[in-house]
Design a protein around this ligand. Structure first.
Ligand SMILES: NC(=O)c1ccc[n+]([C@@H]2O[C@H](COP(=O)([O-])OP(=O)(O)OC[C@H]3O[C@@H](n4cnc5c(N)ncnc54)[C@H](OP(=O)(O)O)[C@@H]3O)[C@@H](O)[C@H]2O)c1
Length: 339
């Protein structure tokens, strides 16, 4: 496992972050602790959770694991923004909600500080100033070490960065967007902006709910029982067994044929494609078993060749519209200086 500086900060994180969305849902506490032990045993030091994952159970499970361990050895990221209770103020990025949510997260995590507090999404109601001054106070108080954002559009991120800079407040050092071989619109604005500002990108859903592992096929017609996609399918989302499917299956077919020729699995190739992007600090892997974790850890320690990167870029390329088609070349859109 290699370590990278998180954005402009001096804190070092492992090149893979372990996501904990499945903890307290698909993965019980004992099993989650085994996964956390295996991840850290292989050099991982970076964990991602959120105040709302499984009603707080994910944070609780991370907290019970942290207890008795050397707290300084891990970098714990969590989030605030989404609804935690029914009342009027149990949501958003107001001073009131951020402070109560952080206090609750600290209790569940059984720690006295959060390494990276991420605002989970934009809040159209709260002024940027109120949110940033609250986050700044939390850093000053020692409850939070660094701040980041998630699911922002580039102009939203820029408005926070500019405000911090002009008022000498803490700046976001990371962005957590969805980013994977099937979600490349992230490259239009977010990737070039984050590179310019040295904001570390932490891609969520790096395997697109498991599709990029190659375990789903067009012939299945629907996702099998117990899989992540099944839940969505039952709520009416037919993707990728619908008109959009051809793009998906083209990318999956390439991952499978490349897997046959280079001896790495489709998941490992899809993760390595992200790891090779200099804008990316650490993809956030999500797993529901120790076997999946071992396989995903095998995405590190080797590199796709330039030719393989080009093939993956070409198969997954998306329609580039104005003004992005005005770039002198496509490299800026892809967020890379070269493949
Ligand atoms: N900021 C946000 O809004 C946001 C949103 C979502 C997630 N996240 C963060 O990002 C993390 C990862 O997101 P995600 O869980 O959606 O990631 P993902 O990469 O889209 O999906 C993970 C799923 O892929 C399958 N999988 C993983 N490795 C596999 C392998 N080697 N072989 C076969 N299948 C494999 C598993 O599905 P099965 O469980 O079906 O086996 C696993 O649960 C989360 O834990 C969370 O920390 C953040």
């Amino acid at each position: 496992m290699e370590y990278r500086l998180l954005g402009r900060s001096g804190v070092k994180v492992s090149e893979l972050c372990l996501g904990t969305l499945t903890f307290g849902w698909k993965v019980d506490e004992a099993h989650a602790h085994e996964i956390l032990d295996a991840f850290t045993g292989n050099g991982g030091n970076f964990l991602d959770t959120a105040n709302v994952y499984n009603g707080g159970k994910s944070e609780e499970i991370v907290g019970s694991w942290l207890k008795g361990r050397e707290r300084e050895e891990v970098v714990v990221a969590t989030k605030v923004r989404f609804r935690t209770a029914e009342h009027q103020n149990a949501v958003g990025l107001s001073r009131k909600h951020i402070i109560s949510s952080v206090n609750e997260s600290l209790e569940r995590l059984q720690t006295d500080y959060i390494d990276l507090l991420q605002v989970h999404a934009w809040d159209p109601l709260t002024p940027v100033e109120e949110t940033l001054r609250t986050l700044n106070d939390l850093v000053r108080s020692g409850k939070v070490r660094y701040i980041g954002a998630s699911n922002f559009r580039a102009w939203q991120l820029a408005s926070f960065i500019e405000y911090s800079r002009h008022h000498d407040l803490e700046e976001f050092i990371s962005l957590q967007p969805q980013y994977n071989l099937l979600t490349r619109a992230t490259e239009y604005e977010l990737v070039p902006y984050c590179r310019r500002e040295r904001i570390g990108i932490l891609p969520w859903s790096p395997l697109k709910a498991g599709i990029l592992s190659g375990r789903y096929t067009r012939e299945m017609g629907e996702p099998p029982e117990g899989s992540r996609l099944r839940r969505r399918f039952e709520r009416g989302m037919r993707w990728p067994w619908n008109d959009e499917g051809e793009y998906v299956w083209r990318v999956v077919d390439l991952l499978k044929s490349m897997s046959g020729s280079i001896g790495k699995t489709p998941s490992q190739i899809a993760l390595n494609w992200l790891l090779r992007n200099p804008a990316v600090t650490a993809p956030i892997i999500g797993v529901s078993s120790g076997e999946q974790l071992s396989e995903d850890l095998g995405s590190t320690g080797w590199k796709l060749s330039d030719q393989q990167m080009r093939e993956l870029d070409d198969a997954s390329t998306i329609f580039v519209t104005y003004p992005y088609d005005r770039d002198t070349d496509n490299q800026q859109v892809r967020g890379r200086e070269s493949n």
